[in-house]
Design a protein around this ligand. Structure first.
Ligand SMILES: [Fe+2]
Length: 297
């Protein structure tokens, strides 16, 4: 058998065993695509992909989105690696560390960009942190499936406003105006359904620190609901924590899981190389705040 994929937990995770020489075989790529839909996260233990090999696999898997240069912290990248986004707090590569620090909180990639939601994120470990640094994944598909029916009915039609600045709030006591303006100019405030019915017919919860406001509810009521649903998703039953080993390669279904990183020493030089696959489905639309009714004299 060229490839085998073993479940990690009942609701999430798969270990892919494949000879690297066969990684680009049609059969292997299709098996990984199918498994990604079912398992949410796929781990290729210590496969030690080069940048070129990661790019080749990414291109075989789908349409690559080049985030480098448009994603904060990626502007300093150069050379062949230009095609891969470096996730690191190393100041040589990242002049705006708060975006990477933001990954320490639950999120979905690309939610505050007005484009189809990225389908998959692919990550290679290049330099590990001595402690911490595990990437945690929560299945928002399984979390929806297992919600009690009454709760499903109560939230089924809710819409949520997502703001990049919301995901940056953990970094500040008071957010400087200059930073706030930067976040607002580089992102789009988006209106997304809380429960996303995907073209496959499956439903997932759309949550993360960028989820800022539930339309039609007061801020505290809406934020409390978002916090409670996030806690629901983060239960052990729906989550997998990946303990990185040198050379590991991990793919996740960005439309079916949210993720975060366990904090690590900010000076340790931890380095991950990321590529991203374009999605086919648009999740929501830019948010237009309701205009106040003006009484004409
Ligand atoms: Fe991320």
């Amino acid at each position: 058998m060229t490839v085998t994929i073993e479940p990690i937990k009942p609701h999430i995770g798969g270990i892919v065993r494949v000879d690297k020489a066969h990684l680009l075989d049609d059969l292997v790529v299709q098996a990984c695509k199918d498994a990604l839909e079912q398992r949410g996260v796929l781990v290729f233990p210590q496969i030690h992909l080069t940048n070129a090999e990661q790019l080749a696999f990414t291109d075989k898997f789908g349409q690559r989105v080049k985030f480098t240069g448009t994603v904060p912290g990626g502007e300093n990248a150069s050379d062949e690696d230009d095609e891969l986004y470096k996730i690191t707090l190393d100041k040589e590569f990242n002049a705006e560390p708060e975006y990477v620090l933001g990954t320490w909180f639950w999120h979905i990639d690309g939610v505050t960009i007005d484009q189809p939601l990225p389908k998959a994120t692919l990550l290679s470990a290049r330099k590990l942190s001595p402690s911490g640094g595990q990437t945690e994944f929560a299945s928002t598909l399984a979390a929806w499936d297992q919600l009690p029916e009454a709760e499903k009915a109560a939230i089924a039609d809710l819409m949520v406003v997502h703001r990049m600045e919301a995901s940056m709030r953990p970094m500040y006591i008071e957010m400087p105006d200059e930073r706030l303006n930067r976040y607002r100019t580089m992102s789009t405030v988006m209106l997304h359904p809380l429960v996303w019915t995907q073209s496959s017919g499956r439903k997932s919860l759309v949550l993360g620190t960028h989820a800022d406001e539930v339309v039609g509810k007061s801020l505290p009521e809406g934020r409390s609901l978002l916090a409670r649903l996030t806690e629901w998703c983060a239960q052990k039953e729906f989550t997998y924590s990946h303990e990185w080993q040198d050379g590991d390669f991990v793919i996740w279904n960005n439309c079916g899981v949210m993720h975060r990183v366990v904090p690590y020493d900010e000076d340790c030089g931890r380095m991950m190389h990321r590529t991203t696959i374009m999605g086919a489905e648009r999740l929501g639309v830019p948010w237009a705040a309701p205009q106040k009714h003006v009484q004409l004299a």
